[in-house]
Design a protein around this ligand. Sequence first.
Ligand SMILES: Cc1cc2nc3c(=O)[nH]c(=O)nc-3n(C[C@H](O)[C@H](O)[C@H](O)COP(=O)(O)OP(=O)(O)OC[C@H]3O[C@@H](n4cnc5c(N)ncnc54)[C@H](O)[C@@H]3O)c2cc1C
Length: 253
Amino acid sequence: MATNWVEATVIENRQLTDRHYALIFETQLLPFQAGQFVKAQIEVKNDEGELEKFANPYSLINAPEEKHSEIYFNTVPDGKVSNGLAALKAGDTFDVAQPCIGFFVLAQIPDAKHLWMLSTGTGIGPYLSILKTAEAWERFEKIILVHAVPVADELNYSELIEQFAKEHPDQFQFISIVSREDHVDSLKGRIPALIESGELEAKAGLKISADDSHIMLCGNSGLLEDSKAVLKKRGMDRHLNRKPGHISSEKYF
Ligand SMILES: Cc1cc2nc3c(=O)[nH]c(=O)nc-3n(C[C@H](O)[C@H](O)[C@H](O)COP(=O)(O)OP(=O)(O)OC[C@H]3O[C@@H](n4cnc5c(N)ncnc54)[C@H](O)[C@@H]3O)c2cc1C
């Protein structure tokens, strides 16, 4: 399908930390699957000071049937799109590419008893969309959402996560990990090391095993590569349609 740019109007651009934003906007999205991403395009000054359009992908946080669309992003130093999006105010417009795309969706996840959703930073985004769908709760006995951040201030979307926990008390667990400071109730360190040491499983009270677990990984390349290496030692490999496995991933950068 050809890419078609459509206009999006900002409803609210909520600054959550010094570098994190929840951008809520209205646009005409074609039907999409929870976990997919949208390409956002804005016109900003290039390095020569001329106006130029730049585009990058962002996962949708909203469920497919929700009226408003939402992305969760952080600014990166000198990043054209992220800083351009951060500067948007209610009523401003930008472009989004249609249709939404991506394979980090439940339709690509094989059946398993336990679904582990592991994320760093804004990589929690696609899971929030997926957890808003009925299918997630129908297909898996247990869902463990893991969010790793450098400082506790970046544990955003806690109200929504608490809502999932309230609605699915026996099925859902949320585990936060903070790497650069001590935080009550959070594990400290990095996801791959906490898998290797067994601390993540101890906190969940569940084993990660090739027999009954599927692992989703979303975030930076360090999370993806190092987790895959640790999981490989447990006989867990990348899931492909032509070669079923135990790990599905989405790399942000
Ligand atoms: C499939 C997909 C989905 C994505 N979804 C999201 C999302 O939901 N939220 C989100 O914040 N980002 C997401 N990203 C990253 C996003 O597309 C941009 O790369 C990011 O916002 C930086 O864009 P930029 O134009 O400001 O900077 P660029 O000039 O494109 O990048 C500058 C540098 O920043 C690094 N970088 C990219 N993303 C990050 C980041 N998040 N944190 C730190 N450094 C980074 C890049 O490696 C690059 O070296 C996604 C990427 C992909 C591939």
